[in-house]
Design a protein around this ligand. Structure first.
Ligand SMILES: C=C(O[C@H]1C=CC=C(C(=O)O)[C@@H]1O)C(=O)O
Length: 411
């Protein structure tokens, strides 16, 4: 098997500033040169990592990434629906930096654009907090549903379930919020990292896609260093009750069914691949910020099950999962296209590093609890899984709760 060429490790040029300054310098270079860049912090880790691509065109991937050790290293940023307006991106890992090893940069020294970066880092010192030219989406602002419109959408969804058109559908909406005075994107990213230590925190800025910040609780497809493939069925939502232990949470029939459908969807994907050797754990209650969810974890040991394309195949079958689309998949997606009334863009798409920094290790998350930056404001996104028992007012309230996860950085 051919291993991808990983960039070389070079020393940070000149005096090594603190990681926050380094992050700022790298972002300044990327944005001034109008290049795509992604910063992320993995759940349970302390330090951010960064992937910078030296060509905007090279990031236009078109296809979902292959989760295989011989595919290129980079950062995937995939929309809910792949389209000309919201292209599927894969940011080649031309430059990789990890705040864990702050004196190192991974790059190809023979590339003249990489040398340009090194020269920039050696001479320029942008003060953190200096406004940066973030990429902005060229698309018009998405329609933001008022309460009565969302109620109507939920009612239409429930009617579609009752008539047997779909079993489950996840309706969603966008909401506009002004940026507070002095709002600063990199600081907001840091705040998300502090507030949500168990989330996948991300900041992606790319030509054509704009700038997105998020704190996702949901793994879509992951292959770790021990060759374990993982995915999860995450659904059902209630607020964390002050003083109560998460495992004492009581779930209604509605949430239990909603989550069971997502788990069934994943089992069906394994079945389509004729794979029986998976471990299933749960469902159990998990905490995601101020919310509780029900989660079932699935794992396959790829060192014991000889299925080298499992990650790639599952990713293509899973996205969009019934935690963000519905069931059956095509009928639910058709319903959303007809009735949702706005463009989700990269909300409920997926994102994360592939073979970066370690060959064979990929970590893709569903892009939930996220916002998109626009001049002077942010567009926040949230959705709720509908079943026959859904009540419009409760579903609206649930989207409000989900919006507060990312909304806290706008206070
Ligand atoms: C669609 C979202 O959440 C999904 C993940 C967990 C719980 C969900 C729910 O309870 O509906 C959703 O399926 C969102 O956060 O926008």
């Amino acid at each position: 098997m051919r291993e991808p060429q990983l960039p070389q490790v070079v020393r940070w040029p000149g005096l090594v500033p603190g990681p926050p300054e380094q992050l700022y310098q790298l972002l300044t270079f990327a944005l001034q040169q109008q290049l795509p860049v992604a910063v992320w912090r993995l759940p349970g880790t302390a330090r951010p990592q960064l992937c910078l691509s030296l060509s905007a065109d090279a990031a236009l991937a078109g296809l979902p990434p292959a989760l295989s050790p011989d595919s290129p290293a980079g950062f995937a940023f995939f929309p809910f629906r792949d389209s000309d307006q919201n292209p599927a991106l894969f940011l080649p890992g031309d430059i990789y930096w990890n705040a864990q090893q702050p004196d190192q940069l991974h790059l190809d020294v023979a590339d003249s654009r990489a040398s340009q970066l090194l020269a920039f880092l050696a001479t320029e010192h942008t003060e953190p907090g200096t406004p940066l030219p973030w990429h902005l989406s060229p698309l018009p602002l998405p329609h933001t549903a008022a309460q009565d419109e969302y109620f109507a959408l939920v009612e239409t969804g429930v009617a579609a379930i009752r008539s047997g058109q779909v079993m489950k559908v996840v309706s969603s909406r966008a909401a506009r919020r002004p940026l507070p005075a002095g709002f600063e994107v990199v600081r907001a990213f840091g705040e998300l990292c502090q507030r949500y230590p168990q989330a996948f925190v991300s900041l992606v800025s790319a030509p054509g896609a704009g700038t997105w910040l998020g704190a996702s609780p949901e793994v879509l497809a992951e292959i770790d260093a021990d060759g374990i493939f993982r995915t999860m069925a995450l659904a059902g939502t209630q607020p964390v009750a002050p003083g109560a232990l998460p495992h004492h949470a009581i779930w209604r029939q509605k949430e239990i069914e909603e989550q069971a459908l997502v788990a069934r969807y994943i089992v069906n994907c394994f079945k389509q691949l004729r794979l029986r050797e998976y471990d299933e754990t749960g469902p159990r209650t998990v905490v995601a910020g101020q919310l509780l969810h029900l989660r079932t974890d699935f794992a396959v040991n790829l060192r014991q099950v000889p299925f080298p394309t499992l990650g790639t195949d599952m990713l293509r079958l899973l996205h969009p999962t019934s935690a963000v689309g519905g069931m059956p998949k095509q009928a639910a997606l058709h319903f959303l296209r007809e009735h949702e009334g706005y463009d989700r863009a990269y909300y409920s798409g997926f994102l994360g590093p592939v073979n970066l920094p370690q060959t064979g290790v990929s970590r893709l998350y569903v892009n939930l609890r996220c916002l998109q930056l626009r001049p002077g404001e942010a567009i926040l996104y949230a959705g709720t899984g509908l079943t026959t028992d859904s009540d419009p007012a409760r579903e609206w309230q649930e989207t409000e709760m989900k919006l507060t996860t990312i909304g806290t950085i706008l206070r």
